[in-house]
Design a protein around this ligand. Structure first.
Ligand SMILES: [Zn+2]
Length: 454
């Protein structure tokens, strides 16, 4: 299968009117080549396009996909520090209010019923935003935690995670097509190769937000300044190279252009074709050791997040199919609180496991709680990893499950996906920002993580 190529535009500079012209030029260039770009709009950018009377730009965007790139991108406090300070529940409520409003501007101004991806501004990835966009009907999230170095797709928090694999704007100001192609060519055979282009950066040689919102500070609105412009020669050379680069991709049968709508529909079909209820118990055996995603090949195969596997095994052991839906990561996030460490060694009968499941089931469903962090296991308390391990043992036909104190509660997917090495970029935030609370939550949400096919 050819590598799926997306051309994703972080369309964000609402300060410089020249950035509107850059956007017009890019949309027109793609249309002339018969390509469909994915324009990820900052709410405030869409709003100023209308305010400045840029009907020409709005018209040029009509044949392209319209996506979402936050309400106001770099105005402080930005999404990641807001979420980091507020935690899951309050963070969700706070950012939901502002983000949903801006999504409605974008839909209205660009005349769309639905937006097909959301992209974090800068490195402002926060699990709360991934969840709330998914709940608001945006099926994918691009340029987030996953796949940026290997082009892999994942499901996470119920949303298809699409990587950004190559920056394709500023590089053409400095590098010839052949040099950039070398890097792109190495991505042939990957699941996806996603070009990230900032329209403003084709006309300006510094980032617009570096000028106005550096290091956690807001320049007052009346003093916002456009970033310095590229020279005419530099800009023309950049567009010539970008154009030649797109032609080269188009002519190469190892790559096929797509958009977020098509990609998410394909992934959803694969997801719906999974039949985990028919998977052999052996497929779940590794879960007796540590929570993880599991994969099964063959008819009805695919992958399941640890949370889905817990739902599947609970349904099997209790005979109640509702578990599968109740733990579906599109309806329930991973644990919001720190999963409890199992207090002591325990041996559990089937009846004791069932008791623990029924107790938890009566409290299931709130997005403010997510997957319960504590489960009753024969008079002591353990995390969902302990319950999953007990179920995996019973599913193999054993009459009792035995668990050791301190059973692992961190999903193996944290490491397998590279999430453990992910860090916030530096220049936009106040010095020293690390987003420790966001990253801790992000790792807990790995209960909802598994590879995706498309
Ligand atoms: Zn951006």
């Amino acid at each position: 299968m050819p590598t799926a190529v997306l051309i994703s535009f972080d369309t964000e500079d609402f300060v410089s009117p020249a950035a509107d012209d850059a956007l017009l030029r890019l949309a027109t260039l793609l249309t002339s080549k018969g390509l469909r770009g994915s324009f990820c709009m900052v709410g405030e950018k869409s709003r100023v396009l209308r305010e400045r009377g840029r009907q020409d730009v709005l018209a040029a965007l009509l044949p392209h996909e319209i996506c979402f790139h936050s309400r106001d991108h770099s105005v402080h406090p930005t999404l990641a520090p807001r979420c980091d300070e507020a935690g899951w529940t309050r963070g969700l409520a706070e950012v939901r209010a502002t983000e949903l409003e801006a999504m409605s501007w974008v839909k209205e101004i660009h005349r769309r019923d639905r937006l097909f991806t959301a992209v974090p501004p800068g490195s402002n990835v926060a699990p709360q935003t991934i969840w709330l966009y998914q709940r608001a009907g945006i099926p994918t999230y691009a340029g987030g935690f996953f796949g940026n170095r290997d082009g892999k797709l994942y499901w996470y928090l119920g949303s298809l995670q699409v990587p950004y694999t190559i920056g394709a704007d500023g590089v053409f100001a400095k590098q010839e097509v052949d040099e950039v192609w070398k890097r792109f060519d190495a991505q042939a055979g990957w699941q996806t190769a996603v070009l990230c282009i900032h329209p403003t950066y084709t006309f300006h040689h510094t980032f617009w937000d570096k000028v106005n919102f550096d290091a956690g500070t807001n320049r007052p609105r009346e003093r916002w300044e456009p970033a310095p412009a590229r020279s005419d020669a530099e800009r023309e050379a950049l567009f010539e190279r970008l154009s030649a680069f797109l032609d080269r991709i188009k002519a190469d049968p190892r790559f096929a252009f797509t958009d977020y709508e098509t990609l998410s529909a394909a992934a959803e079909r694969k997801r719906a074709a999974r039949r985990p209820s028919a998977w052999p118990a052996a497929a779940f055996a590794p879960l007796a050791e540590q929570p993880d995603w599991i994969e099964h090949r063959g008819e009805g195969g695919g992958s399941l997040s640890a949370q889905e596997a817990l739902g599947e095994l609970a349904a099997r052991v209790t005979g109640d199919p509702a578990w599968r839906e109740q733990l579906d990561p599109r309806r329930l996030p991973g644990p919001v609180d720190t999963p409890h460490a199992l207090e002591r060694n325990v041996t559990l009968s089937r009846a004791e496991v069932l008791k623990g499941l029924w107790k938890a089931q009566s409290e299931l469903g709130a997005e403010t709680q997510g997957l319960p962090a504590a489960w009753k296991l024969n008079g002591c308390s353990g995390g969902p990893g302990a319950m999953l391990a007990a179920l995996a043992q019973l599913a193999q036909g054993r009459e009792t499950a035995t668990l050791k104190a301190g059973h692992p509660e961190t999903c193996a997917g944290v490491k397998r996906s590279g999430l453990d090495g992910w860090k916030y970029g530096a220049w936009l935030y106040k010095p020293g920002f690390e987003g420790a609370q966001n990253l801790k939550l992000a790792k807990q949400m790995a209960w909802t993580l598994c590879p995706a096919e498309a």
